[in-house]
Design a protein. Structure first.
Length: 341
């Protein structure tokens, strides 16, 4: 408080968990609070679609055919609790098994006893299992604990974090996959809306929603929960070559199965046909390119492996619910829509 007064601050972005004292009201300047324990009902919030992030993680693991799911959370923190809730609700919807563990965000000196409890929890989990950590820092704790206890990633535990902190994710062996958040757009919106508040063009509190955009894939999630080794080999081949012109006939050169037998076994293991799986890979890659580059739709469609550009809009809409152009526009406008509410 005194620092802000001495500095004659025009606005504040802060992490503040003492709203009940209402100290910040004395400043009479715009305040945006980054959520930690709870959202503010009086000030503007720098927040996120935390439940949506958890749902995205569960859907990602479900596509990899997991039936056992775990969450490792930061105790008492709103973004961790809501990510866990979104994750759990989607798992319950698909009929999976859910396991939960949480700890404080502890220093190295405090970590000893909690590490023992985390070790016991990880050892007790059924394997293989899909584990979603509340952020990359907590995911790294999982990776380090697994290494000390000879728990293999991704064979025993498929590990996913949040924030895509490249330093943390690549400190792990293997590197950790992570959900990417649109944090730069969140920062832009914070600056834009603070300007409107200072200029008295807006007076009411607002929420800046930072949304998940995609998953940055690394080795910690590269395995599918597939019991048939032949189908596992085919899936790996597709993921490495889906942008090329591949056919079902080419897979019979990889595994000793007839086309018909392969198609039946693949559908039984994966729940979809080989052709649908290839389309899934291409559409998801195309969608990632749409929101991470400014290149033309035709150029991106060709890169994603779609040779027939005439049908790309129809195929994309079937999988994603909208056309490629609409999908790009939605993601460009998503944050501004949230902040206007």
């Amino acid at each position: 408080m005194q620092w802000a007064k001495n500095w004659e601050a025009d606005a504040i972005i802060a992490q503040w968990d003492h709203e009940g004292t209402n100290l910040l009201q004395e400043l009479q300047i715009p305040v945006i609070l980054q959520n930690l324990k709870q959202r503010s009902s009086y000030y503007s919030n720098l927040t996120g679609d935390y439940k949506g992030t958890g749902k995205l993680a569960a859907q990602f693991f479900a596509k990899k055919r997991y039936r056992n799911f775990a969450f490792y959370g930061n105790k008492g923190v709103i973004w961790s609790l809501e990510r866990a809730e979104g994750y759990r609700l989607e798992i319950e919807r698909i009929g999976g098994n859910y396991y939960y563990f949480e700890s404080e965000n502890l220093s190295d000196e405090q970590w000893g006893q909690s590490r023992i409890e985390l070790e016991d929890w990880l050892i007790s989990l059924p394997k293989p299992i899909a584990l979603f950590a509340c952020d990359d820092s907590f995911a790294l704790q999982i990776a380090e604990t697994c290494k000390l206890n000879n728990i293999k990633i991704p064979e025993d535990i498929s590990l996913l974090g949040v924030d895509n902190d490249e330093l943390l994710c690549n400190l792990s062996d293997p590197p950790i996959s992570s959900i990417v958040l649109d944090v730069e757009k969140g920062g832009y919106e914070a600056g834009r809306l603070i300007h409107l508040l200072i200029e008295k063009k807006r007076t009411d509190p607002f929420n800046i929603i930072i949304n998940p955009t995609r998953i940055e894939l690394r080795q910690s999630t590269e395995k599918y929960n597939i019991s048939n080794q032949y189908i596992s080999d085919v899936v790996t081949y597709i993921e490495n070559n889906f942008t090329d012109d591949i056919s079902i006939e080419s897979f019979t050169k990889i595994v000793p199965l007839s086309r018909r037998n392969l198609e039946i076994k693949f559908k039984n293991e994966m729940g979809i046909s080989i052709y649908q799986f290839i389309l899934n890979c291409r559409v998801e890659y195309f969608a990632m390119l749409l929101i991470t580059t400014d290149r033309t739709l035709l150029d991106l469609a060709l890169e994603a492996g779609f040779c027939d550009s005439k049908n790309i809009s129809r195929v994309f809409k079937k999988f994603m619910g909208c056309s490629p152009a609409e999908y790009r526009k939605i993601h460009q406008q998503e944050n501004s829509k949230d902040t206007s509410s």
